[in-house]
Design a protein around this ligand. Sequence first.
Ligand code: FAD
Length: 400
Amino acid sequence: MADALVIGAGPAGLMAAETLADQGLSVQVVDAMPTAGRKLLMAGKSGLNLTKDEPFEQFIKAYGPHGAWMRPALTGFGNRDVGPWAEALGQAVFTGTSGKVFPETMKASPLLRNWLARLADKNVVLKTRWHWQGWQNGALVFDTPEGRQTRTPLATVLALGGASWPRLGSNGGWAKILADQGISLAPFEPANMGARVDWSGHMNRHFGSALKNVTLKSGNKTRKGEFVITAQGLEGSLIYDFSPELRADLPLLLDLCSDLTLAQVTDRLAKVPAKNSLSNALRKALRLTPPAIALLMEFAKPPQPRAAWAGHLKALNVTYSGIAGIERAISVAGGIQKSSLDDCFMLTDLPGVFCAGEMLDWEAPTGGYLLTACLATGRMAGLGAAAYFHTQQRERPSQP
Ligand SMILES: Cc1cc2nc3c(=O)[nH]c(=O)nc-3n(C[C@H](O)[C@H](O)[C@H](O)COP(=O)(O)OP(=O)(O)OC[C@H]3O[C@@H](n4cnc5c(N)ncnc54)[C@H](O)[C@@H]3O)c2cc1C
């Protein structure tokens, strides 16, 4: 039997497995799906954003209130480490203008392929279609193609993911198993998800259009970026940034003229001769694109005196009707709470069981923050599990 068992072959689990192997342990990784890393592969379909190149203190702010909890793991393996890690796996990386770091191929498949090969070279054994069912009489129980299997490793790492995109394997089914063991869990909620809007028929022709260099405000948060108009509502990194505010149903204000002050917008509009239609005035004076004009009309509802439009342009009330479901969200909020874990992510009520990745109760926006924290917590859990294994071995009564 392997010294350590890792359940879940996503980025967090594979990082934990490699860390354990590097610490000299024999390691087995199991996953319920037929192949490893399905969500990682999906992440690569839209351009695999590995991390963000920015000063560490700025980087950690993206984790909001969870930053303090994530700090030790991200100090051990942070945004500066992800690029060299990917390059060691044969994936040259580049940094985009916004600081986002991507593999040159943009995909996850070559990285995952090389990573699995490197793990095999380190004698890490991967078993797929092994579905963890929980514990029975202290043993981990799995449904497998060979029937029911039990394992009792000295150290276990759970890296079972969140609950978004359940068809990729991470369906959150583990939450009930851990809740039954008395572990504190925050309920799952979608994170990095779209805002739903009940569009009028006028918007149909703008589905798929992007709005760039716009600013959103909600509560005391202001961010500049871009989003896309879709049949369901609004999606894209700028919308995802406001996941906590959208979940709390807070008002969302859109500034369509980010680079101009209210006075400048008012002044420019006033200079357009009154005989021009409003659309013409917006196009000529402010260079607004047709999708931006359509959004303005949709949310601000004409007729209104021309003088009122400057205010709407700088603070357009985005009337969204809700948020997209967890099944299409990029990530989740919620999961195992800090209070249930020690500094190495071991469940204090279940000694020898460590947890990593998205199953922990933290959230972060898109921009590579998700993968970086999954890798960092996987590494930390792996180090903790290896130390636990060595302590247990030392303390074991020697065999006669
Ligand atoms: C469309 C999309 C795009 C994304 N793009 C990016 C991006 O560009 N950058 C970024 O940083 N992040 C991105 N992400 C998020 C990122 O992919 C996840 O945060 C990351 O994969 C989570 O890693 P994890 O190892 O914690 O969990 P997962 O990758 O979800 O892996 C968990 C594994 O556990 C297995 N499992 C679950 N339950 C059981 C069980 N009972 N028994 C056995 N195995 C089980 C699952 O099959 C799965 O393989 C994206 C996500 C999506 C959906």
